[in-house]
Design a protein around this ligand. Structure first.
Ligand code: GLC
Ligand code: CA
Length: 558
């Protein structure tokens, strides 16, 4: 296919969080591959182009599968490799592309590589695959440097050497069960080329690359003290503005090192060996967008998640600015912009966009949080925001459940929480469980049809029947039907390849643009605004008359 028209440039990619999607294999309350396969027609019907599956690989599940103990096998929780093949075949039959998650920054501590490293002497080849260092201070009793884990607490854990004495320390930017690999080791690079080929040979269309800004660390692993005002927190609790700030000469020595790009150039070549347009998508919490664009230079990855967009409040001038900056930054390297509002690491946007208190996203929400919005108000804003996002040129990500209008689950009992963030901060941070609750399919079934029985690994709220897919199907004005309509119109009018042209004859609180003959108007202000004449193709809320109410987006054919 000619450069410039590849599918991923305009695709809407649906994120499946396997453990919370659909449980068909057994009644253990954990979603699985057979469950996904069974439900694929619902996604076809929704109108997305591709699915991305969060990890389903062998894993002790200390970080919901982002702690991988075998990259080339399926965890029995989710099924088998042949269940994967069945799933993939079915997805392809339905015309859906398949993206899997690759977790290269760290393995599980149960991975055979790490177990071999623990059993091998200091200075051995096996230890060299990971970031083992001697401690500092008398007796090496203190960590090698002052780095902190994204999930809270120190980023180092001391091991007991095979002879029973306290020994070296290993680095883990995340949980202590997730030791960081040493990407300066050519052996590690070889392993991951093989892992890429293993899945490419099975026919996957691409990879979402976990922590794609973290693989390389500054030589010498220097101490780092983040600026005092932590600022906004992104994703897994990564403080976004601590990662990279153009005006801040201090750059965390574990994020966004220039040397990381070599790795992606290498992987680009691996993907080139395969027919079709395969894709690498960076999960890189990097700002500013100009810097993030380096991940998608022509010889590196194809896409990068636009977390700057996700972090933008429901504010017209902030939205216009981030859209402009995104399109410019990505276009400067020939890449499409991407857009995303929710994923498994952040507070769902049906809650987040209406929060009245500053609740850092990666810290999550719980019963003791402040500023929780009214649900209907949050959903109204979310629908308006989605209506805007799905009209933008480029590729967009949709996180399972947002098409049902699911809010963040705030009232999870403490004893049900499972995010390592919750444990590593002794409950001070709620973490991400609230956006990971299994999704409702059928209002009248136990576990709302999520499982064949009543089990659900995180408890589902008692009042979730109203969000169930069957309650919304064919119901005009439901959130599900709004998503379907938006995706159909987006396709019919080729908005993914549209050219955005701002319209300036509206008040400053309004975001308005034209793209491929469609006029999109989002009222992010508090008062209704007059609408131009035209046929309303889509409205994020029903309204009467010729004025667009607050927190509503419309698409017009004018
Ligand atoms: C990414 C994942 C997150 C995980 C972390 C460590 O941020 O999205 O869920 O906890 O990496 O792998
Ligand atoms: Ca199951």
């Amino acid at each position: 296919m000619a450069t410039g028209s590849e599918w991923w440039r305009s695709a809407v990619i649906y994120q499946i969080y396997p453990r919370s999607f659909s449980d068909a294999l057994n009644d253990d309350g954990i979603g699985d591959l057979p469950g996904i396969t069974e439900r694929l027609p619902a996604l076809k019907d929704l109108g997305v182009d591709a699915v991305w599956l969060s990890p389903f690989f062998s894993s002790p599940q200390k970080d919901a599968g982002y702690d991988v103990s075998d990259y080339c096998d399926v965890d029995p929780l989710f099924g088998t490799l042949s269940d994967f093949d069945v799933f993939e075949k079915r997805a392809h039959e339905l015309g859906l592309r398949v993206i899997v998650d690759l977790v290269p920054n760290h393995t599980s501590d149960q991975h055979r590589w790490f177990q071999a490293a623990l059993a091998s002497p200091v200075g051995s080849v096996e230890r060299g695959h990971y970031m083992f260092r001697d401690g500092s201070g008398p007796g090496g009793d203190l960590p090698p440097n002052n780095w902190e884990s994204v999930f809270g607490g120190p980023a180092w854990t001391r091991v007991i050497e095979p002879d029973g004495t306290p020994g070296q320390w290993y680095l883990h930017l995340f949980d202590s069960s997730q030791p960081d690999l040493d990407w300066t080791d050519p052996w590690v690079r070889d392993q991951f080329r093989d892992i890429l080929r293993f899945w490419l040979d099975r026919g996957v269309d691409g990879f979402r690359v976990d922590v794609a800004h973290g693989l390389m660390k500054a030589p010498g692993l220097p101490d780092y003290t983040p600026p005092a005002d932590g600022g906004s927190m992104g994703g897994a609790g990564v403080p976004l503005d601590l990662i990279v700030d153009e005006n801040d000469p201090v750059t965390a020595p574990y994020w966004a090192q220039d040397s990381v790009h070599e790795i992606y150039r290498d992987w680009h070549q691996v993907l080139e060996e395969y027919p079709g347009d395969r894709v690498l998508c960076a999960e890189a919490w990097v700002e500013p967008l100009r810097k993030l664009a380096r991940w998608v230079r022509p010889d590196e990855m194809q896409q990068a998640f636009n977390f700057s967009y996700l972090e933008t409040p429901w504010d017209a001038s902030a939205i216009r600015q981030v859209v402009d900056t995104s399109i410019d930054a990505f276009a400067s390297v020939g890449a499409p912009s991407t857009w995303v509002l929710s994923n498994h690491d952040v507070v769902r946007h049906a809650t987040r966009l209406a929060l009245t208190a500053d609740n850092p996203q990666g810290h999550g929400l719980g019963p003791r949080s402040e500023g929780i919005p009214d649900r209907a108000f949050g959903l109204r804003r979310a629908r308006a925001a989605t209506g805007l996002m799905l009209a933008l040129p480029g590729s967009a990500y949709v996180y399972q459940g947002e098409e049902l209008g699911l809010p963040e689950v705030i009232e999870l009992p403490d004893e049900s929480r499972q995010d390592p963030t919750w444990f590593r901060t002794a409950g001070e941070r709620y973490g991400r469980d609230g956006c990971r609750v299994p999704i409702p399919w059928e209002a009248a079934s136990p576990s709302y049809g999520f499982s064949t029985g009543a089990n659900s690994w995180l408890p589902q709220p008692a009042d979730w029947a109203e969000y169930a897919r069957d309650r919304q199907t064919d119901v005009p004005g439901s959130t599900l039907e709004m998503y379907k309509l938006a995706l159909r119109l987006r396709r019919d009018h080729d908005l993914g390849f549209g050219t955005l042209e701002w319209l300036h004859d509206f008040s400053a609180d309004v975001v308005a643009f034209r793209s491929n003959g469609i006029t999109v108007i989002a009222n992010a202000g508090a008062t209704p605004v007059a609408l131009p004449a035209g046929e309303v193709l889509l409205a994020s809320e029903a309204f009467e008359g010729s004025e667009l109410p607050a927190d509503v987006t419309v698409w017009l054919r004018a």
